[in-house]
Design a protein around this ligand. Structure first.
Ligand code: HEC
Ligand code: HEC
Length: 246
């Protein structure tokens, strides 16, 4: 539907400009614009239950030191990388399809002909990028979970705001959360892991494990994993101090 109306818009525009058939260049430039819009569109998978867009998890350019902490790689230069997902994947289309499947609840993979995939490719391919952006992006997920060093609650508040709040909303209330499925932190998670059944140490590790593995490695769900490169162990320790489970 959206693709159709986009095509209609493109030919209408070229009709206004020169009264002729669309030139290949015009279609190409518009595919890029269409891709840009799709990048932050949570409805692109046509899965009602999904509230995430690509932009929920991926910055386009390298993040600043105090900006949002997003779990996905910056995507400028991505079309020229040799491998993806920390070396586990070598195909760009499949790399996107993993996100559609694991995070955006879409059961249908995109083929190389899919208009949405092509438009996103055009957009990502045109993003300004230097040689460093074209290097494979590191993505280290520790399989074995260990307790992080004890941290600083004030620093943890800023980590929470930059990394978790967009989906989970405010601590203790969940105000502003993106999806109702995301529990109110830390209370709902602590309630589901009561003392007695779990030791204090195990309860801490639940937070670390979910943050490091997301929905992978046996945990399930659609939360993305935060790699060691995205979130340091020190920041993890600060986060636990802020959540009151130091
Ligand atoms: C809920 C979070 C989330 C959403 C939504 C998401 N991704 Fe991802 N994506 C990730 C994570 C985590 C990885 C693995 C780490 C990495 O390599 O970026 C990843 C990996 C990728 C990669 C491989 C990047 C690389 O260099 O390794 C591409 C390409 C990609 N995603 C594209 C997309 C596109 C396009 C969309 C939207 C259609 C999307 N993703 C939606 C979290 C997400
Ligand atoms: C892109 C959205 C998103 C982001 C960002 C996110 N989460 Fe989640 N989180 C979820 C969702 C959705 C769930 C519900 C379970 C699932 O679907 O994986 C969840 C569940 C959890 C749980 C519950 C685990 C359990 O078993 O009770 C914890 C703990 C958690 N997240 C911690 C964090 C922390 C800490 C951060 C920040 C570092 C964070 N999350 C960032 C979406 C997100």
């Amino acid at each position: 539907m959206r693709w159709m109306s986009f095509l209609a818009g493109a030919s209408l525009l070229s009709g206004l400009v020169c009264g002729c058939e669309p030139e290949p260049e015009i279609v190409e430039a518009s595919a890029e614009e269409h891709g840009k819009a799709l990048f932050s569109d949570p409805t692109l998978t046509e899965t009602q239950a999904n509230a995430f867009s690509c932009a929920t998890c991926h910055p386009t350019s390298k993040p600043s030191a105090d900006g949002p902490i997003l779990p996905g790689a910056p995507l400028a230069g991505v079309t020229r990388r040799a491998s993806y997902w920390g070396g586990m994947e070598v195909e760009l289309l499949r790399s996107m399809n993993h996100c559609l499947y694991y995070f955006m609840l879409s059961s249908k993979s995109w083929t190389a002909e899919d208009e949405r995939g092509r438009a996103l490719f055009a957009y990502l391919d045109a993003l300004p990028a230097g040689p460093a952006d074209e290097e494979a992006w590191p993505f280290t997920v520790p399989v074995q979970i260990t307790a992080p060093p004890s941290g600083d609650a004030t620093a943890g508040g800023s980590v929470y705001a930059r990394a978790c709040e967009s989906c989970h909303g405010a601590v203790k209330t969940g105000e502003g959360r993106l999806v109702a499925r995301a529990p109110i932190l830390p209370d709902q998670t602590l309630a589901e892991h009561p003392l007695g059944t779990y030791t204090a140490e195990q309860r801490r590790l639940v937070f670390v494990q979910k943050t490091r593995h997301g929905g992978f490695l046996g945990y399930g769900g659609q939360m993305p994993p935060f790699s060691m490169e995205v979130l340091s162990d020190e920041q993890m320790g600060d986060l636990l101090a802020y959540l009151g489970i130091p």
